[in-house]
Write a protein that binds this ligand. Sequence first.
Ligand SMILES: C[S@@+](CC[C@H](N)C(=O)[O-])C[C@H]1O[C@@H](n2cnc3c(N)ncnc32)[C@H](O)[C@@H]1O
Length: 400
Amino acid sequence: MVLWRFAGSAGGAQRQSQKAFAELEASYMRDQTHPPPWPIYYIAVRIMHFTQWLAMKLQLRPVFIMQTAAGFVRAQVLETIIQLDIPDVLAAGPRTSAELAADKGSNKVLSKSGPEAHTLYRNNSNTAVLRADHPNCMRNLVQAVIMTGKPWLNHLTWAMQKDKSVNGQTGPDTPPRLMAEREFGGQSLWEWQAADPARDKIFNDGMAEIDKSAIYGVIHDHKWGQYKRLVDIGGGYGQFTKSILLNHDVPSAVVFDQPHVVEPARKALADTPLKERIMFSGGSFFDAGTLPAGRDGDAFLLRQILHDWSDKQVIEILKSCRRAMGASSSRLLIVEQGVGNKLLDRICGARQVDIHMMGALNGAERSPQQWQQLLSASGFAFNGVDYVRSPFNIVQALPI
Ligand SMILES: C[S@@+](CC[C@H](N)C(=O)[O-])C[C@H]1O[C@@H](n2cnc3c(N)ncnc32)[C@H](O)[C@@H]1O
């Protein structure tokens, strides 16, 4: 399969010694989230940018287009090997495709015939990250990305066409078509998820896995110790807040989300030392009355929230936050991938996330200029972007 490294020769079936295999597999289990120090990180990003650009330039156009068209196969294979637990099975030792097929109840896709039947597969540094016990495990995150993207993106063409039935015209004011209307009878992504606890858990566990994989720079490059309290709005299971509190001297935090999301999070925290410092609160960020009231020294955090919503809804959410802050000296931090930084957009896949958000939710990744406009329409002053060593950056704003 695309992601597995060839581990034995056809016909030869060279099994590695158990010790060599165990050492190699163990080497993949290291925490891989620590980026290098700033100057090296910056140079590495530039080199990645250049090599990606060069690879694309060197490729013949038709071949590049063919590879792009087949890109969905990679994503599907990724999801399938997770659903079949293949990285966990391979953690015990290399297997031939026939052995894997036998493990999983014989299946002709997994079981190859001819000389390839003897090829041994083991994890590589990519598939190891899909092991359930990997410190950067991304199993749920991968499934959440595919689950929330695939159904809606099937209707991308339809959504791109202006809908005359909406207001009888096709001018720039025609609202975009919501893909969810086609797929799930008009339910929003959040309603669709809430209707199925298993789906909801994959999504929320997936969001928490972002903290195990891509957030080191956000936690370590920003001066979190300056805040007296974090108010993590739409904070899911609270993993981001936990990471900040474990690494910085922030006295306390409130994680705010929909009631059915905060309940399991509250229970999960009940037996940990952080339970004294983190409170959970349920409500809706469209209703300022349900948000925690701001206090001096608060940071209101919105991580991966606003990219889920249209400009109009973003202004409503920001206005709710502004109202909840009242006269306190709180500040606002928006943690998202964003767009508008030429170097980072391509390296971090921000444009794909942008299309995903448009497809699933009529949302968008936004540039600093767009943030300035949305913030000033909601009672905030844009106070710059803190670029950190992560695919995410931190947009800062002050209440006015
Ligand atoms: C993309 S997730 C981000 C979760 C978390 N902030 C993170 O970055 O891992 C969006 C979150 O918004 C929450 N959400 C959606 N609608 C909400 C609402 N009306 N009020 C409060 N939270 C809401 C969802 O339950 C979900 O946890």
